[in-house]
Write a protein that binds this ligand. Structure first.
Ligand code: ATP
Ligand code: MG
Length: 356
């Protein structure tokens, strides 16, 4: 086995075609040799959301080009690649299949291992591309499709402590943005709107804030915002509503994180690290608020660099590298799994009726 393995990672689970090449390093923090992300915003913009068929077609058109770009930028030739890793789930099945099939073909033609990666595990481990963090650590994963508190016990070992019972946080940002007339994907732009508004102008609900442990709920916020948008006219009122939404989310995450800290500390631990990852972890207000709650409770808050919060292939290559080191390879018959979970034993939770 190569002493400093080089992994080519591929990500095509939704609307980003991404390829990255990373190399293992004695420091324990791998070197990112290239990290190419091609987003499809322009393709989906007019539909206000991702259209799976268009996304898959774009992946097919671009994957070769993006892989070549990643190789060129890394300066690594194909014969130096140790293994090919690709997202196998969760995500849109026709999109996942493009990256998976490309990875399998490449690995078999190069006669090197092929490794399937859980996209969420990529997000979960993403800060390890920049810093050494010991297991176990507490993770808040906030992305376009998921919002969960998990104990990260080690590679492939997760215990879910809480999850959203309806919308994901990224979804709540995008839906609120849409109601405010902000074009898709609205999350990052909503944050900019919020900076110009009065966060105390509108009082918004904080669903299940006093029950359900560290489970989360955001759907009620969307309904409240829909009601208010019917009565607002000026741009300033839109900024005020965005600011009130941003503040409400920060307060929900502050309170729920405190509960998650207690849940996490029920098990023996060595370091109190709190990792916040996924696309919404790019939000500056949330980063500030969660740093505050971490400091107050003796936790160290850790965020991936902004460019590693959203979907990227470096995080997929990272999980691939960890699996490569323990020779956890996959067979060519590995199928895409649109519902792949981090904690497969956690029970299904949808709807407030399931919350105690
Ligand atoms: N600054 C920001 N503030 C709030 N939300 C943001 C910000 N930047 C990105 N987002 C949101 O993050 C989400 C995208 O994150 P990500 O790419 O991790 O999601 P995904 O891959 O679609 O979902 P998943 O990872 O759950 O499968 C979008 O909903 C987007 O609006
Ligand atoms: Mg993602």
């Amino acid at each position: 086995m190569n002493k400093s393995p080089i992994i080519l990672g591929i990500e095509t689970s939704c609307d980003e075609t991404a390829v990255s090449i990373i190399q293992d390093n004695e420091s324990g923090i791998p070197k990112i040799l290239s990290n190419i992300v091609s987003s499809q915003f322009d393709i989906h913009k007019e539909f206000g959301g991702v259209v799976p068929e268009l996304a898959a077609r774009s992946h097919v058109e671009k994957i070769n080009l993006i892989a070549k770009k990643a190789l060129d930028e890394s300066g690594v030739s194909l014969d130096k690649i140790s293994a090919v890793a690709a997202t196998s789930g969760p995500g849109l099945i026709i999109c996942l299949s493009v990256g998976l099939n490309f990875a399998k073909s490449l690995a078999s033609s190069l006669k090197i291992p092929f490794i399937g990666v859980n996209h969420l595990e990529g997000h979960a481990l993403s800060p390890r591309l920049q810093t050494n963090i010991n297991y176990p650590y507490l993770l808040l994963l906030i992305s376009g499709g998921h919002s969960q508190f998990l104990s990260v016990n080690g590679l492939g070992s997760y215990t879910r402590l809480g999850t959203t019972i309806d919308d994901a946080l990224g979804e709540a940002f995008d839906k609120t943005a849409k109601l405010l007339g902000i074009e898709f994907p609205g999350g990052p732009k909503l944050e900019k709107f919020a900076e110009k508004g009065d966060p105390n102008k509108y009082k918004l609900p904080k669903p299940i804030i006093n029950k359900g442990g560290c489970n989360l709920s955001f759907a009620g916020l969307k309904t409240a915002i829909l009601r208010i948008t019917k009565y607002i006219n000026s741009e300033q009122e839109k900024y005020d509503l965005a600011a009130s939404f941003q503040k409400t989310i920060e307060e929900i995450l502050y309170i729920k994180s405190k509960i998650a800290f207690k849940e996490f500390l029920k098990n023996p631990f060595e370091e109190k690290s709190f990792v916040v990852a996924g696309g919404v972890a790019a939000n500056n207000g949330i980063r500030k608020k969660l740093t505050e709650v971490s400091n107050e409770n003796g936790f160290k808050a850790i965020f991936p660099d902004i460019k590693l919060c959203g979907d990227n292939a470096a995080m997929i290559a990272l999980v691939g590298l960890e699996k490569y080191k323990i020779k956890k390879f996959d067979n060519m018959d590995l199928e895409a799994n649109p519902r792949l979970a981090l904690d497969a034993s956690a029970k299904f939770l949808k709807g407030s009726g399931l919350i105690y």
